[in-house]
Write a protein that binds this ligand. Sequence first.
Ligand SMILES: [Zn+2]
Length: 610
Amino acid sequence: MISDDDIQRVRQATNIVDLVSETVVLKQRGQEFWGCCPFHNEKTPSFHVNPATGLWHCFGACQEGGDAISYIRKRDNLEFADAVRALADKAGIEISEDAARGPRGPRRNRLIEALVEAERFYHVQLMRGKSHGAASARSYLSSRGFGSEICRRWCLGYAPGRGALVAHLRGKGFSAAELHAANLSVDRSGRTSDRFYERVMFPIHDEQGRAIAFGGRVLGKGEPKYLNSSETPVFHKSKNLYALDRAKDRITATATAILCEGYTDVIALHEAGFANAVAALGTALTLDHIRMLSRYRVREIICLFDGDAAGQRAAERTVQYIDKTEADLRCVVLPDGQDPAEFLGSHSPSELQAQLDSARSLVDFVIEARLDKYDLSTPGRRVKALDDVAEVLAPLKRSVLIDELATKVAYRLPGIEATAVKTAVRDKAVPRAADALLREKPDRIPAADPAPSFDSLSVSERRQLKLEREVLSLVARYPDELRSSAPRMTSIIWADARHEAMLWAMLSTPEKTAPKDAVAAALSVEPQAARILSAGEAVSSPSEAAQRAASLLDALELSSDKRRLKEVRGKLHGSSALGDAELTALFEEATRLQKRINELSELISRASIR
Ligand SMILES: [Zn+2]
């Protein structure tokens, strides 16, 4: 459980403009920011962010809104608690849930501090180490075309092993438990020793650019060739992509991501000007990876596979994701079995660009590659080919794309109908990992919160609720300036009791309350407050806000009075059992209300003419 205090601290510490700007280009207008909505496709900006209240709202198709937590939930498809953790992480806040973990494991921030210090240590060893190992690490890297400038830019390192790192970090005050939890050390026959031994080190960073893990390449012939950090509290290989921290800006700018297989490929690509390249970390591409890239609004993901059998298998595994992303999955297989780093060693960047420009649809590539193994001139061999290609398409058997794919395959296999292709695909067993995916809906972004049952209301009720929300959102943005209207606001009969509770909560904050604190006060009485408060129209100054609030209150008071008048008249007509005094009182109230209604109507119509 995360405490309310921590949730509140995370909200306070999060800059909503920075958060949204990670993937959306925002333009400032007055004190507010506008951009194109990341949750629906649009060309004119209707997505609004208010740094003072920390709220966002889409005035376009979605009509959704809320605070930083609901934003990152929707964007990154997270559960509430994970969203709070993600924001805490970004803001460098230690939440007590972590602190409470005390005896069971060190805090996340300590692990990252240790990893960052290890990165520095390894880097110094590479750049200045006098040992034979350090020299061979340098010569390995320079043989791959990575001179000292590139080593510096990518913080590459050398791990000497033999307890050197453990000694260094213990000297800096890190405990054995912390080093162990960060997977920087291992126990070898009862002694704590370095996890990485005589390896070239590639630090892996999170999206904020902090070291969270390492990939170590062996020098010479040892096994394994690459050794990666194990999963730790701060590193999940299925949820991190190598170099995403450096690539994310270019990915957003070009709407294209290049996905390759190795660390050296990524570095070579970036150094050649392809700064939108990333790599999966010692694992096949996962759905989480695809989603991470989708977050940066990619329209195209180009997979650069090595031109060997492993590359072919990787392409086949990736096909299962084609209907899980809006991005177009394409692939390039470089000639002569070269990997991207090798290709760039003997070709110019423009030659690589030409390869990327001719990237083929991933699914076409996979189908072709399977069919190419067969002589399709005889019916018997065509049936065998069908059986083979059905195997790679099996994970897509329930996809909306299956008809299109079946037609494609049938076209290549004369005499075989699309329906026969579909049957063959359906009859194939699905590999287990892919099977789990089948059960997921293609569009996984859940509706953030249940929408209020607005549709069941009458036009005037809806109008009333909308006016109330407008007033509340003004109070949230200008709590101090609107305090003087408190008596009027509280005299009105509010149609939605939640609104009234939020109003009281915001108005009972002390003088000099910041908008964020007003929102927090509203949230303390109504969990949906962020969503309710986010939709207010933009105002440019406190005086404009006061003016707008006054006219909104006129309209609210008018409908509140009208409702009350209806009630009073109902009582007058409906009951003969009323005493004289009561009747007189009701008549007087009706007259007073009618008079006030006339005044307000007049006021409102004059304001609308003006
Ligand atoms: Zn939208």
